[in-house]
Design a protein around this ligand. Sequence first.
Ligand code: ATP
Ligand code: MG
Length: 408
Amino acid sequence: MKEGPGLKIQPLPPEMTAALPILNRLNAAGYPAYFVGGSVRDTLLKDPIHDVDIASGAYPQEVKDLFDRTVDTGIEHGTVMVLDHGSGYEITTFRTESTYTDFRRPDQVTFVRSLAEDLKRRDFTINALALQADGEVVDHFSGLADLKAGLIRAVGDAHQRFTEDALRMMRALRFSAQLDFEIEPQTKQALVDLAPNLEKIAVERIRVELEKLLLGPAAASALQDLLASGVVKHLPGDMAAWPASVWQQIIGDYSRGPITSPAAAWALLLAPTALNNGELDAFLRAFKLSRELMRSVLALVPALRDPDHLDTWHLYRLYAYRQPLLEALTAKGLAPDQFAAINQGLVQLPMTDRHQLAVSGRDLMQAELVSPGPQMGRVLDSVERAVVNGQVANQKEAIQQFIQEQVT
Ligand code: ATP
Ligand code: MG
C-alpha cells in the first residue's frame, strides 16, 4: 500500500465502479461526492466490501431533485436512497453532530457542504477515509498509516469521542476483533476511563457489536481487551462475575476460531460457565436475543458441556443446529475421532425431523390402531423415539406392527 497524499486506487472494486454514475452525476451538478466509511477501509485492506456508502455536499432535497427514483430511508439524518438499475445506494449529506447530552445520540445533526467537517465526526481514523470518483484517497487523520500499522485510533480526542457516544467503545473492540487490529494506547485508556457510560446504551446496539466481536477472526484478543479494560463490568449479563478460569476457557476456545455462526458464538461464550438453564435463559434475555437464536443457543450449550453423551436421540434433537454444533465442537478442540463419531451419527440418523415419520396420526386412526386424544401424542412420541434409535424401520407396516406389539 502506497502512503501519503496522492494515493490512488485503480481499478476501483466492481461494487464501487457500479456506483460511479451516481457519484459522477452529483459531481456534474456541482456537489462534492465521495465513497466513505467501511467500503473504503475494506477496499484498502483488500477485504470483501459490504455496502457502498456515498457522502455528498448535496442536501437531501437536492439529491431527490437530481435523481428520478429515490426513497427516504433516513432523511432526518440526511440519508436518501437512490435506485439505479435494480440497486439501491445510500447517499448521506455531509453532516456534523453536536452536543451529546446523553452519551448516545447527538442532540442535533447539521448538514454541511464540507467533506472535512463530515470526516471529523467519524469514529476511527480507518473509518474516516474518503475516496474520490477518480480513485484518489482523502485522508485527513492519518487513517492510511493506521491501516498499515493495524491500529484502531479515535478521530481526535478519544475521551471526548467516547463521551459523545459510548457505543464507540464497543465498536473499537469489535473492529479490533474483525480486523485483528490493536487498539491504540490513548484510545484504550479512554475505554478504561469511560466504560461506565456504556450502561446508558440500548442493549440491542451493544448486542450487535458484541456479536460482531465474537464472530471476528481475532475475537480472543478482543475478549481479553474487553476484560482488561473493565468494559465487561458495564455490559448486560453480569459477565464480570464469571471466574478467571471460565474466561480462560472461553478465550482458549475462541482462539481456535474463527466462528461464523451466531448460535455457535453465543454458545461458546456460555458453555464454560456454571449458569444453569434458568440463568442461561436470563442471560440471553438480558441481551434481547431473538427467540430463534435463544432456542438454538439453549440447545447447544448442554451439548458443548458434555459432548461425550451425545447419543443418537440427542443428535436428532440437535440436527437443525448441526452446523453451529460442529463449528463450536471444533473450537472446543474435540478429539478428531470423537468429532468424526458425532459427524457420522448426524449423517446416519434414520430421520431428521418428525414430519419424516412414515405414518401420521391420521393413518393410525384410519387403521384403527390408536384413537384420537392424548394417547395419540404418546404413541407418536414413542414411535418417533423408536425410529430414531433404530428399533423400528421408518416404514408403514413396521411401525404399525410395532404399535400393535406395544398396545398388546
Ligand atoms: P461494517 O463493515 O461493519 O458495516 P462500517 O465501517 O461500514 O463497518 P457502519 O456501522 O456501517 O460501519 O458505519 C459506517 C460509517 O459511519 C463508519 O465507517 C464510520 O465512519 C461512521 N460511524 C458509524 N457509527 C459511528 C459512530 N457511532 N460514531 C462515529 N462514526 C460512526
Ligand atoms: Mg457499513
